[in-house]
Design a protein. Structure first.
Lengths: 84, 160, 160, 84
């Protein structure tokens, strides 16, 4: 099974919970965004608790949790936005 | 004109410097315009009854810029407007400073008002920027808004 | 606060000089405000399909100032706003120059947008100012709006 | 019958039709604004033609045509406004 590396980003409150803003994560090519989140949530229960208010993006577009991730993709986990 | 032509004169920016309103108002002013409506979002000294000391804004910068550009493109599709300028400041902001400035020009005032209002409402829901509020007794991330689900956003591409 | 207190920090002017937006935006900005909405009415290079060369505005000056002050008082009665600045320029104006500028500050954006829109809509119906449009082949007084009948205006005093 | 003097003003298009921007007009105290307009309309048929779109004011307040005019009052005849 081919393994690929995705760039994973956390912002705002999530960045503080996870303790990193950027990480490189190895995953099976085509795995869902959901699986990446589960990996970090397992290490950080507080992140898991925020699951329902987190939105994901892939390559700068909002993306559903089922979206497959491929080599070189940039996946970000975004808390509710509060700009303006 | 194509959509690209309509928005090609727009100005969409993130900045860490003080926002000068006149610069953005001037940018959207052309001889064909009879109306400019501007929105200036600024740092209030209070939030939910607590005294605010200052704010910090952070953004997912490339995505925030793309989402802001999408807003400017959509404005041209939805409203009879001429030019758009949108800028959001990042980093530490003091009370009274401008965090976001939007200016829209049009031949007539109704679309200028409607487009400017739609732009700030949409920015606050869809642009990945976050505000941390610093109070005398600590700091909190502002309660934010959930972006629309991916399927609902017209610009989201299929994941294939 | 009484109505007088609410509008006592407002700025209401007629001028024959160039209008500098920043000055009026700054006037309405206070530490309690999260939003400023500004309307900039400017001289278009066309009107009803004809090319405009320049405009001239004249006013019944004391009455125009009184009507503009009434608008600022009414804004405080109708909307949850902080400060208002309204200025109208008179005399000859070139294409692109600002003829009217209105800025409204508020804690939140919705009343700022609504108040600014109500202010310019009301100004265009009730303030005795007239615009003469100069074209290549002559000049015309702009088609204007009839003010509301005296009985309908809340501020009209009985004729006794 | 007491006679009084009112200050009468014309603006915009009306000023050009009448040929003066300001006039002093003698009238019976308490006469209606309508009578002042009629005086100028009689001398200027073009002004009469604009009657339906003219609005009057007395002392800087919009006033009906029946409003009585007293000594020192300032009466103005205003074409449709076009500021902004």
């Amino acid at each position: 099974m081919p393994v690929t590396t995705a760039k994973v980003l956390f912002f705002g409150r999530l960045k503080e919970l996870v303790g990193v803003s950027e990480d490189a994560y190895e995953l099976r090519d085509g795995a869902a965004i959901e699986q990446i989140f589960a990996h970090y949530a397992a290490r950080c229960p507080q992140l898991a608790a925020f699951r329902s208010s987190v939105v994901a993006s892939r390559n700068h577009e909002f993306a559903s949790w089922e979206t497959p991730v491929h080599s070189g993709d940039e996946v970000a986990f975004l808390p509710p936005v509060s700009g303006g | 004109m194509s959509e690209a032509d309509n928005s090609s004169n727009d100005r969409v920016e993130l900045t860490r410097s003080r926002i000068v309103a006149e610069s953005y108002i001037s940018h959207v002013r052309t001889p064909a315009d009879g109306a400019i409506v501007a929105f200036d979002g600024c740092v209030r000294n209070h939030s939910h009854g607590r005294r605010t000391l200052y704010l910090e804004y952070e953004a997912y910068e490339p995505m925030a810029l793309e989402k802001m550009r999408e807003i400017s493109v959509q404005l041209h599709e939805k409203f009879a407007i001429d030019r758009v300028a949108v800028v959001h400041r990042l980093g530490r902001l003091e009370i009274g400073e401008t965090s976001v400035f939007i200016a829209v020009s049009a031949a007539h005032r109704a679309p200028a008002f409607e487009a400017c209002r739609w732009a700030i409402d949409t920015l606050k829901r869809t642009v990945p920027i976050w505000k941390k509020e610093f109070f005398e007794d600590g700091a909190v991330w502002a309660e934010g808004e959930l972006p629309p689900p991916p399927g609902a956003a017209p610009s989201v591409k299929s994941a294939s």
